[in-house]
Design a binder for this molecule. Sequence first.
Ligand code: TRP
Length: 331
Amino acid sequence: MKKTVALTADRPTGKLHLGHFVGSLKNRIELQHECDQYIMIADTQAFTDYFEQPQLVIDNVLEVAADYLAVGLDPNLSTIFIQSRIPQLCELTMYYMNLVSVARLQRNPTVKAELVHKNFGPSVPVGFLCYPVSQAADITAFGTEIVPVGEDQLPMLEQTNEIVRRFNRIYNTNCLKEAHARLGKTKRLTGIDGKAKASKSLNNAIFLSDAPGVIKEKVYAMFTDPHHLKVSDHGRVKGNVVFEYLDAFYDNAEELSSLKAQYKKGGLGDITLKSLLNDTLQELLLPIREKRSHLSRKNLLEICMDGTQKAETVAKMTLNEVKKSMGINYF
Ligand code: TRP
């Protein structure tokens, strides 16, 4: 029986961190047994932001691939590929651009927030404004049915499905498929500063490839409860990053709930908790780092090349269908 097609992607603008691990990687490790899974290293899309820093993108393509393999994504089960090596995605984007208005792109809530944040005004680059259209190309090129993403990506899916419906109606076809989101159970992980979500740009994330000393340093620098000064003080669990991470990574739920009770009551110090979290994360990340260290550049390139070749074959078939539907299959 044909398996359901799933597709996700990451922009290669940094190594992957624990936020990616709980937010998407864990999901994908499970999905690869269930679905025909495509995982795209979105370098083309990264250029919509970082076109002036090409080296940053280039350097992180294989770093992200290494993170994928290190956490247990299996190239025999998941097709890992590089976006810029699939020219069919650009071609699809070109045809889809006719089906979307500038106003609609400006109204896309994710884009809208980014436009404000980056303070572009009328000088917004066309490439940036159109990235949801290129994302529609990524999704449809592989006959994707489910996109396991976070809530911030929902507007992208809505936009994709609008393009799909419009294309199918105008060209009287059903060659493009609508895709559905599968939202993860976990909410996004907070950064060690407790102020914002963990991210590379805010420098508040623990990376999967961090050395043991760095992990420890970050855990001990974590935001807890600023009013919990003495061990005997009452402590707050809510908004306490150490507890949030223990919730996400510490398996013994029973013990964790008794630690929470003790912390609230007073009598449990931050250092004890941080030491427990440090042990937990060291244990989680050791095999990942170990596996990462055995991956050579040649290895990684080969895996990306194989995946890209497979992805290109599928994208080519979709593009052929698309062009046939449009009637531009002249010869
Ligand atoms: N926009 C996504 C991100 O920033 C990356 C992405 C590109 C993507 N193409 C996609 C995600 C297609 C899902 C489907 O992480």
